[in-house]
Structures are given as C-alpha cells and as structure tokens.
Design a protein around this ligand. Sequence first.
Ligand SMILES: Nc1ncnc2c1ncn2[C@@H]1O[C@H](COP(=O)(O)OP(=O)(O)O)[C@@H](O)[C@H]1O
Ligand SMILES: [Mg+2]
Length: 373
Amino acid sequence: MSEHDLELIGLRKVYPGGTVAVEGFDLKVDRGEFISFVGPSGCGKTTTLRMIAGLEDITAGELLIRGRNMTRTPTEKRPTATIFQNYAIFPHMNVRKNIEFGLVVRNTPPAEVKRRVDAIIDKLQIGDVADAREASLSGGQKQRLALARGLVTEPDILLLDEPLGALDANLRKSIQEELRILQRDLNITFIFVTHAQSEALSMGDRVVVMNAGQVEQISPPFELYTRPASPFVARFIGRNKIIAGELAETDAQRATVSTRFGRLSGVPRFDQTSAPANAPALVVVPSEYVDIRATGSTRRQAETDLVSGTVEVLDTVGHVAYLTVALDEKQSVRLETHVERVSGRGIEPGATVDLTWAADRATILLDPANAGT
Ligand SMILES: Nc1ncnc2c1ncn2[C@@H]1O[C@H](COP(=O)(O)OP(=O)(O)O)[C@@H](O)[C@H]1O
Ligand SMILES: [Mg+2]
C-alpha cells in the first residue's frame, strides 16, 4: 500500500490540436501536504490539476490516489474537489444551497447533508450570510463559500486553481494565512496553483516549479529560493543576483566560474559527469546574502567572493535603501538593504562599492541556453 495521497507517474497531456501541455510529470505527495504549483501562464498548471480531478483525459502516464490507480476513473468517483479561479458559484442559489449542491447530487441523506453543511458553515464562519446570494457577498465571503463547497464533500485532496487571483493584495494576504491554518487543521492534501512566485513560496510545504509543460524543480520554499536547480528557476524565483561566465573548475562540493568580474565560486547543482570544460555557467546569489560596502572598507576574507561596481541609484523608503549598482556598462545589480548599512558609510551615487558574499551561499548552474553565445 502506498503511503502517498497522490502519485503522478510520467503524466502527459496532448490536446486534440497537438499542443503538448504537460510532459513527464512525476510527483509523490504525502498525506496532508500543501503543494503549490507555480509557473508562467500557459505552462500547464491548470491542465495538470484537471487531470488530477478527472476533468481532462490523461494522454499517457499514471495517476494514483492513496495507492489506487485512478488514471481512467471518472471525476465523480475520485476523492477530489476543485475550486476554480472564478469560484463557479450558482448565482440563483443562496450560500447554503450552493454548499448543499455537491452532496445533494450524490444522493446524500438529508440529515447528513444538514449536519455537514452546518459544520462547514460554522468552520468557515459564514453563518451570517447563509441566506445571501452571490451578488451580495464580499470577495472574502465568496472565497469562503467556494472553499465550503469543496470541503463539504470531505475530499482526500482539495485542488485550488489560482483561487486568490481575484482578490486585492491585503485580502489576499489574510486569506493566504486562513487557508494555511485551515489546511493544517483539516490535515487534507491541498494542491494550490498560482502564477505568483511570492504566493507559492509563502504557501507550500513544497513547491513545484513548471515551465513549458515540464517540471523544473520540486523543493521546499527555502531550498527553492537558496538552491535553484535550473536557470529558469533562478530567474523566476526571488530576486537572485545572477552573473554569467564559463565553467573553470568543478568537483562535487565546489565549482568555479570565470566571469567578466573575476573568478567566482559556489556549490554546483548540475551533473558533474556531463559538464564540459568552458561550459556556459551561471553564478546565482540570493540577494539576502549580498553585503555592500564602500570600496576600501572591505577586508577580503577567505571563502568570500567579491565584485566591484559603481552606485547608480540610491533611493530610501522608510528604513529601506534601494540601490542600483553598475558592475560594468552591460550589467547592473539591484539591492535592498537597511538605511543604517548605507548612511554615513560612503555609499552614495557615484561611489565605488564592493559587493561580497560567502561563496558557499552561491549556486553554480550550467546554462545550456547560452551555449555558443
Ligand atoms: N482545451 C484546450 N485545448 C487545447 N489547448 C489547450 C487547452 N487548454 C489549455 N491548452 C494549452 O495547453 C497549454 C497549457 O495550458 P494551461 O494548463 O491552461 O496552463 P496554465 O494553467 O499554466 O496557464 C497552453 O499552451 C494552452 O494554450
Ligand atoms: Mg491556469
């Protein structure tokens, strides 16, 4: 018996027109995990979710839910519930009727319907709008109604397709927190789709980064942020500083890249055996690890890398200083730091500065897309 709530094995989807929407998707989800799918529009997030829900045929590969092969199981026989971006609330029914609907169509006995609907209305605190219709609900109330409709069927897996897309930034933040608390409380597996990397990083136990139908990386948020596995992920997630060059040396623990700004090292994340000499490579450093000082005040330390530049822009907003530092005429780097690390320290527009970081914070990636340029 599988301990996994969900297993995707080589999942593939080709639409009738020939579009390969998803390819080679492998994923194992533990019971009660919160998984986020993130990637740019058109990368295959919705298609994958719809295949899990049984709303879209699977072209090839297998799908298991709690160890049972459900690749060809019709949607109504799967223990999943889906919440769509537009919520798909029935406008002519009140809140209570909307929630009941999924149970009534399953021929659930009336007493059981009432018990479950009362419980979920209570849990999601929408009792005061139980008789209201969609038109008179706020954004947050519609969101809760959509959740109640999904959860009332007591699914093993709740699928959420960009459910917060329609909400403004403040409401989004508070509903993100509510969702997280609710998910822990219910201990149901959530698969949460978003195109916003910040949302994926704040919501998931693990994040699946997708690009053009393929999985680029599956990692907990912190690892995704600090150890991207591909150039796509390094660029898509966060505010990494990325310097291109050519691979000079590598072993299992450390790789060194020749760049226009000198030799820089880091932890390699690529297949050592297939790394040709002088392969195009990237040095990736998360912004948080970059220190800035006026040139001359830096004492170069072992295992620390350094590039120099000129401050082009310095803006302060409250206690945060935003800097743009030109490394040369082609590349500049944007940084955020506390004003106290800048003011009275010779860091001002036109000043020469050193950017330093511990080499083991950097990740070295191969960049095949730039081969031959
Ligand atoms: N019903 C469909 N028929 C044909 N192509 C589709 C259909 N739905 C989506 N696609 C295509 O499949 C790819 C993935 O789409 P989708 O899964 O909606 O991506 P996402 O949700 O990440 O934005 C896109 O190229 C899209 O145009
Ligand atoms: Mg989509």
